[in-house]
Design a protein around this ligand. Structure first.
Ligand SMILES: *[C@@H]1O[C@H](CO)[C@@H](O)[C@H](O)[C@H]1NC(C)=O
Ligand SMILES: *[C@@H]1O[C@H](CO)[C@@H](O)[C@H](O)[C@H]1NC(C)=O
Length: 950
């Protein structure tokens, strides 16, 4: 969080203008290595004769592993024949290929640990190398050992991923700074880069900052092309459409490459390839025939150019990174779901969040006192608006010394306990900059233990942030982890030093500013020649920095009370692997319609790159949205995995209870809608936590063969529930177009209007009080309809099942996953996982509605990671705890006629009502028929069956 600063000493550092200052951030041409990389590709493109890569493999050096699932080869470059490189290609499980290249016997070591932070563990080779490496390459994968190509993934004769096909591979080797004036003696590269030369090899300046480059040039460039994939997605974080527009070629949408360099971008633009707070170097390429992906494990500043050599057919990308080895994973797919699963097997799936954290979060910079917090909590109650979490931004702390409560918070423990009385939690901010003052025990201990980030000369790095003169803990030092954990401990240990005693186990944490944000640093971050644990420069590790901090805090929160509980820590910065840790949000957005709209593709984009627990600030961080915008923004937020309202210190208060009706009631209804759908959210998170499939599924993920949906990024599906949402993000809208890919019936969630799909868009009414939400025919959606003040109060609430019959009029399916939502007991089998099935019974004209135990059906597999049937007992403690929770109502949409009877298995008649309407079958539109069954003796943990006789 950054903003218009109210503190005198910072005023000069932060712009008062209401827009990003692009000149604060580098363009490619202002980063010497990027300039060189782009010059190289321009030269190759302009070359009259085919551009030949100077890198080649020496075929006699090839060494295959005995299983033929790996090989190494010596690589040399004709530019510098004396420099040696080694290429290693490993085939891992799922046919994932890992391609590594490093300099051999160089003057120094290149940074090679980016992947290890992202990976769950070091991946093993595939036992049997079923993939044949040939130079023919008609099937499987091929390595081409000539001067042009290095690696190509070929499937069914189609080229899918081509590395170095355009010959842009270049790994700048380490060298000695010898000459006094470099430009007098051209190097081979000098001519090659066509004048883009050695500028910036050993030093470069940006505005008033000079980056000393003691290691000299070490950049890495590579082209990765997808000759048969017209769409690429991913490489978050950018405020850009989901299907990434081009940055080079004719008429590029953006003139700068997509930049990955975690930055605190003040009032970022709503459409730009500029870097933002997080970086996940994962790119998916998609076509009607297949999906493939690459994970390019780079932690240094990276720029990615994208263009489409043949529009609507192919995509070419060019990656330029400042440092690091080449360590690239090719994920073969061939479907979007397969990519998600492959990526999750290597980098880990999403951590299953605490259930309460999927509720509604209310934040503001700042709630100014403990009484303010109590009032906010009480006001939500008075207006019967559900809320799970109240947040405290930086002003709770004394002089921005995090953990230390300021004067207006005299009773933090009592405050948290008051809020917790109805199950609510608090989230309190802890930022990574530590005020440099000896009366701050956190700083003093970090300094004493030698845990702080150092300057290039070995001295303590000092920079400016909220707390004034500050220092940063080096979380690359594993020694910092145990120390950091201890600070959060709620267990007394007098020998352990300082800990946060004025806290409770219902206080969770927010890690902001962890890119890291340094107000007086270049581009508002840390200087690149700072050094970290292991001697690495900040330039080598920057993009991983935020994740390590997030991880350390999350581990600390998990173990605060001694026994592990599911943590909640929100982070602004992230990297590949952050999904294992916790939630992120899209940073300091602005209260404009454009920012509201772009928050959707931004959330989808991090989601497909593995990090599905994400959302944007409701209302926009900056500015004062009018009430129409705010209502629409609550509708967007209610359909984001992470749902938080937040506002800048200079904005007017905008808690939803402050408004008049009808807007207040509309917002109340949206909040209640979110809570009624919590079973759907939690079930979707289970799937993300096991299989890695994102909670929000863009159109192309659900319909990967329908090219009309490939660029859609304002509508999406909620897990596998069949719910399709398209929040309104334009002013004055009264209706919206929703694209329905398949020949299926869809129902309006609220009024049961029938829409029939099949490669066409339909117009759905969207007055202000209505978020366009459809249920796809064939789905059963479990909901909890009773409004409560917080989600823990819903634990024993009954369920309503919404059955949306498919176009046959006789089939639907749905799922429900539940556990205690807080501990790890689910990993011991304390959970329920049910499937609901509606199908035609053998007897004609009977719709059978059943609930079955999905854990037994699936052999235990897939319930949670690693559980087996033998570890699962249907009568487990959690199931016993909710044994009396019922299904109180079943609503069936689209039945073809009034039932003759509705009976339980034992023959008992159930009460029901039927509203005439359109049938799922046939062609009629209008409102669907509605059967409402009032059930008795139907329990959520049990198998049951209901027969609807027509
Ligand atoms: C280096 O040489 C170039 C070309 O002769 C010249 O323009 C430049 O001023 C020289 N730089 C220094 C620092 O001497
Ligand atoms: C996260 O923390 C665990 C426990 O300290 C550690 O083993 C792991 O390496 C850390 N991972 C990251 C990405 O920081």
């Amino acid at each position: 969080m950054r903003g218009i600063v109210v503190f005198g000493y910072l005023a000069a550092l932060v712009s008062p203008l209401l827009a990003v200052k692009p000149e604060d951030f580098k363009t490619c041409s202002q980063a010497a290595f990027c300039n060189r990389g782009r010059a190289l590709s321009a030269r190759a493109a302009a070359s009259k004769s085919p551009w030949i890569s100077p890198y080649s493999i020496n075929p006699t050096s090839l060494v295959f592993s005995p299983s033929k699932s790996s090989f190494t080869a010596a690589v040399k470059s004709s530019l510098y024949p004396e420099i040696k490189f080694e290429l290693q290609v490993d085939i891992l499980r799922d046919g994932v290929a890992r391609v590594r290249m490093d300099q051999v016997d160089g003057l120094r070591k290149r940074y090679d640990e980016a992947a290890s932070w992202a990976l769950l563990k070091e991946p093993a080779l595939k036992e049997e190398g079923q993939i044949v490496w040939t130079d023919q390459g008609k099937t499987g994968m091929k390595a081409v050992y000539d001067d042009v190509e290095l690696i190509t993934l070929i499937r069914s004769g189609r080229e899918e991923v081509v590395l170095n096909g355009r010959g842009l591979l270049h790994m700048e080797h380490f060298r000695t700074k010898t000459r006094a004036n470099h430009s007098q003696e051209p190097t081979p590269e000098n001519a090659w880069f066509e004048g883009e030369e050695e500028h910036g090899f050993w030093e470069e300046t940006f505005k008033s900052w000079t980056d000393s480059k003691p290691k000299g040039p070490e950049s890495l460039s590579l082209d990765i092309d997808f000759p048969n994939h017209p769409h690429v997605y991913g490489i978050p974080e950018h405020a850009a459409p989901l299907s990434l527009p081009s940055t080079t070629g004719p008429d590029p949408a953006y003139s700068e490459p997509y930049r990955l360099w975690n930055l605190d971008v003040y009032e970022y633009e709503s459409s730009s390839s500029m870097a933002l707070y997080g970086a996940i170097p994962v790119l998916h390429a998609h076509s009607t025939k297949s999906t493939v992906a690459v994970f390019n494990a780079l932690a240094s500043e990276t720029w990615v150019d994208i263009h489409h050599p043949t529009p609507d057919k192919s995509t070419a990308t060019h990656w330029i990174a400042e440092s690091g080895i080449l360590d690239l994973f090719i994920l073969p797919g061939p479907t979007p779901d397969a990519i998600f699963e492959q990526y999750a097997r290597f980098t880990g799936p999403t951590a299953l969040p605490a259930h309460w954290s999927l509720g509604h979060h209310q934040c503001r910079w700042n709630y100014i006192s403990s009484d303010d917090v109590r009032t906010v909590s009480r006001r939500f109650d008075e207006e019967e608006m559900p809320l799970d979490v109240i947040w405290l931004d930086i002003e709770y702390s004394q002089e921005h010394k995090y953990f230390i409560w300021g004067q207006s918070f005299p009773d933090p423990v009592q405050m948290a306990n008051d809020v917790a009385a109805i199950g609510r939690k608090m989230v309190v901010i802890v930022d990574p900059h530590l005020k440099r003052t000896s009366n701050y025990p956190v700083y003093a201990e970090a300094q004493e233990r030698g845990l702080l980030v150092k300057k290039s000369d070995g001295g303590e790095f000092e920079g400016w942030c909220w707390s004034g003169s500050s220092a940063w803990v080096d979380f690359f030092n594993p020694g910092s982890w145990t120390w950091w954990t201890k600070l959060f401990s709620l267990v007394d240990d007098p020998s352990a030093g300082w800990r946060w005693k004025d806290s409770t186990d219902t206080m969770f944490i927010w890690n902001d500013m962890n890119e890291p944000s340094v107000f007086n640093g270049p581009e508002i971050t840390m200087v690149k020649d700072n050094t970290h644990y292991g001697g690495w420069e900040h330039r080598d590790v920057h993009n991983v920095n935020g994740m390590l901090y997030h991880n350390a805090t999350t581990n600390a929160v998990m173990t605060r009370t001694g026994s592990p509980r599911r943590p909640f820590v929100l982070s602004r910065s992230f990297f590949a692997g952050s999904q294992r840790i916790g939630a992120i949000w899209t940073g300091d957005n602005m209260g404009t319609w454009e920012h509201m709209a772009v928050g959707i593709p931004m959330t989808l984009s991090v989601g497909i790159a593995g990090l599905t627990y994400a959302g944007s600030d409701v209302g926009g961080f900056f500015g004062n949205p009018d009430v129409e915008m705010l209502v629409r923004w609550y509708q967007v937020g209610a359909f984001a995995p992470f749902f938080r309202a937040h506002a800048h210190i200079d904005t007017k208060r905008r808690e939803p209870y402050l408004y008049d009706d009808p807007h207040k009631s509309i917002m109340r209804d949206i909040l209640r809608l979110r809570y009624s759908l919590l079973p759907v959210w939690y079930t979707a998170f289970r799937e993300a936590s096991v299989r890695g499939i994102p909670v929000l599924r863009p159109q192309y993920v659900v319909f990967p063969k329908d090219s009309r949906g490939f660029a859609l990024d304002q509508q999406y599906y909620l897990g596998a529930s069949g719910l399709l949402v398209k929040p309104v993000t334009t002013q004055g809208a009264t209706e919206t177009e929703v694209y329905l890919s398949d020949d299926q019936v869809y129902y309006d969630y609220f009024d049961s209007q029938i829409y029939r799909g099949g490669s066409k868009s339909v117009t759905v009414p969207a007055p202000l009080e209505k978020v366009p939400l459809l249920i796809r025919g064939g789905s059963i959606v479990p909901t909890r309809a009773r409004p409560r003040r917080s989600s823990p109060l819903m634990k024993k609430d009954p369920f309503t099942l919404k059955i949306a019959l498919d176009k046959t009029g006789f089939a639907a399916r749905g799922e429900l996953y539940l556990d205690d939502g807080e501990t790890y007991a689910h990993q011991q089998g304390e959970l329920i996982w049910r499937q609901f099935i509606a199908s035609k019974a053998e007897k004609k004209k009977v719709l059978a509605i059943r609930s079955v135990d999905l854990v037994s059906r699936a052999g235990g597999e897939g319930a949670v990671d690693g559980i087996t049937l033998s570890a699962y007992d249907r009568e487990n403690a959690f199931a016993r705890d909710i044994a009396d929770v019922t299904v109180e109502r079943i609503v069936v949409l689209g039945l073809e006629s009034r039932p003759k009877s509705v009976k339980l298995e034992n023959g008992k008649e159930l009460q029901w009502t039927f509203n005439e309407g359109s049938s799922a079958k046939g062609k009629k539109s209008g409102a669907a028929s509605l059967l409402t069954i009032k059930t008795r003796d139907v329990y959520i943990v049990e198998d049951w069956s209901i027969a609807v006789e027509l």
